[in-house]
Design a protein around this ligand. Structure first.
Ligand SMILES: [Mg+2]
Length: 249
């Protein structure tokens, strides 16, 4: 009998010991979880709500670089772009229906390419380098897009270039477009100093609203970023040009 009571007391003590060990573990774990990781402290870092965060593992950036280079340089990108242009030509098969029908074009990665420059810095966007490249007026035309541009001109559409490039890059941009065979457009609109802090979508929506006020009937927008073809007055025929190098909000 005594032995049985002793055994029960030992079991109870073991049980309490396990409970306190578990409790201590939970406290230590909670403190560890509450410590902010370096990447969570970035000034502009993304902080998704914990409850809605889908913790899908991202791809290794180095491997992603290689895949992007392969895709562009082994002909796959050209094939995708050719399909986009074929579809876009079907969208604009009818000639312009009104004298004021206009299509808005973005510039970088839409009609000219910065691929070699962006590849040289392993992709991404560095404002200082981007400005230096723009000032050289040397970005080559994207052949499939140049073909689409001239297709629209022949159909009677007004073409307006609306770019995120800055006001001090206007002349260099104009020269680049001319050198690459982009003539016959109505306007080239660059970002003014006053629009410096607007998002791409806000800035482009604002400029398109001005064009509508001037009398243009915008029937389509063409660009490599979603911000080129979404927002106000984009027209009923958006054309999304592929870009796997960078993203602009
Ligand atoms: Mg662009």
């Amino acid at each position: 009998m005594m032995k049985s009571i002793q055994s029960m007391q030992n079991a109870r003590q073991t049980c309490w010991a396990k409970f306190f060990t578990l409790l201590a573990s939970i406290i230590i774990f909670s403190e560890a979880v509450g410590t902010q990781s370096p990447w969570q402290a970035c000034p502009s870092g993304i902080r998704p709500h914990k409850k809605t965060c889908v913790c899908k593992r991202p791809e290794n950036v180095g491997l992603a670089h290689k895949k992007v280079i392969e895709y562009y340089e082994n002909g796959c990108f050209d094939k995708e772009l050719a399909d986009v242009v074929t579809k876009a030509k079907r969208q604009f098969a009818q000639p312009a229906q009104h004298d004021n029908d206009a299509v808005i074009f973005d510039i970088d990665e839409t009609v000219v390419s910065d691929y070699c420059n962006v590849k040289s810095i392993k992709f991404g966007f560095v404002p200082k380098l981007s400005h230096e490249w723009v000032m050289k007026s040397a970005a080559p035309a994207i052949p499939a897009m140049k073909d689409f541009y001239h297709y629209l001109l022949k159909k009677g559409y007004h073409i307006i270039f609306l770019t995120g490039r800055h006001h001090n890059e206007f002349e260099a941009t104009e020269k680049n477009l001319k050198n690459q065979g982009f003539t016959g457009y109505d306007k080239l609109i660059v970002r003014s100093a006053a629009n410096k802090n607007l998002t791409a979508q806000e800035y482009k929506s604002r400029e398109r609203a001005k064009l509508v006020k001037e009398g243009y009937n915008i029937v389509g927008s063409v660009g490599d970023q979603w911000s080129d073809i979404t927002g106000d007055n984009v027209g009923q025929n958006p054309v999304k040009v592929p870009n796997y190098m960078y993203h602009i909000d």
